[in-house]
Design a protein around this ligand. Structure first.
Ligand code: SF4
Ligand code: SF4
Length: 78
């Protein structure tokens, strides 16, 4: 069964600097994206970056991302 993974972007305000969840996930489920999509040859403001679930089928439910997040911004449920 695929998990539901939500990241509260109001709590996760600087994913570029933090990245703890991205680094700890053993199966690289989470990804870094932007609210504005790709912008070729244009600088994207750091505030526009977001963390989101990308490869849901790889999630083992280990909850490492939930536990490592200093802002309690991630929820994983099955
Ligand atoms: S619960 Fe584990 S496998 Fe799933 S996204 Fe979080 S760290 Fe990755
Ligand atoms: S660990 Fe939490 S605060 Fe840090 S980038 Fe991931 S979701 Fe954002």
């Amino acid at each position: 069964m695929l998990p539901t993974i939500t990241v509260n972007n109001k709590k996760c305000t600087d994913p570029l600097s933090c990245r703890k969840c991205l680094l700890i996930c053993p199966t690289h489920v989470l990804g870094l994206g932007t609210k504005v999509g790709p912008k070729k040859h244009q600088e994207i403001d750091p505030s526009q970056f977001i963390v989101a679930g990308v490869r849901f089928e790889k999630c083992t439910g280990c909850m490492d991302c939930v536990n490592v997040c200093p802002k309690s911004a991630i929820q994983v449920s099955f």
